[in-house]
Design a protein around this ligand. Structure first.
Ligand SMILES: [Zn+2]
Ligand SMILES: [Zn+2]
Length: 209
């Protein structure tokens, strides 16, 4: 039997550690190209609604980037919101976020290997919101990037567009039994993808103003 492997065991030391600390947010592209406040102010993204399974929590948010194309196989995503071996987050405009049933929420902040000596853990700044009654994973937000909110595609009730191709990320952390369904135009990454969520949409003409 293989020993239990804690998420992040394979990381390399040094500056890479800083990057690793944010693995759980799965917003690699967002990190490299933060959402533009200017664009957010003048554009008219589409409204999306979402909810948990039991209905105690519901929310709405506007998005320029509604294609659920980015599948994350990291341990946090697949444990907390991805029964099929991965989870998908889309990106919304935090200023447009509206919530009902906030009393029924809890926040999970994942522990990650720390930057200091020894094996101390640090708690991620990313806040994973879920319903305390039914357990549905709902969205991720992070005070470090207050302009953004990342709902799980699984929590969205609005019909989302079918992405013409997909990105499979954090494949080095996938469960052994998972065989990703790689489409002919899909792209695969051991860790982070190269494009931000915004760039992915823009370069394919799928960004919604
Ligand atoms: Zn619920
Ligand atoms: Zn992930």
């Amino acid at each position: 039997m293989k020993p239990f492997r804690r998420f992040g065991d394979n990381r390399v030391p040094g500056p890479e550690r800083v990057r690793q600390a944010f693995l759980d947010v799965c917003r690699a592209g967002v990190l490299s190209t933060p959402f533009s406040k200017t664009e957010g102010a003048k554009a008219m993204p589409i409204p999306l609604t979402g909810s948990c399974r039991c209905g105690a929590v519901a929310f709405s948010v506007k998005s320029h980037t509604p294609h659920p194309y980015q599948l994350c196989y990291c341990t946090i995503c697949r444990k907390t919101g991805g029964g099929g071996g991965y989870a998908i987050n889309i990106m919304g405009v935090a200023a447009s976020f509206d919530l009902r049933g906030g009393d029924n929420l809890r926040i999970y902040r994942a522990e990650l290997p720390g930057d200091g000596e020894g094996c101390a853990l640090q708690t991620s700044t990313a806040e994973r919101h879920f319903c305390i009654h039914c357990g549905s994973a709902l969205w991720i937000s992070d005070p470090t990037w207050p302009d953004l909110v990342h709902p799980f595609a699984s929590a969205i009730d609005t019909d989302l567009p079918v992405p013409p191709e997909r990105v499979h990320m954090m494949l080095r952390y996938k469960a052994s039994w998972v065989e990703p369904a790689i489409g002919p135009h899909d792209r695969c990454f051991d860790e982070y993808p190269e494009e931000s969520i915004e760039d992915w949409h823009r370069r394919r003409g799928l960004w919604i103003d």
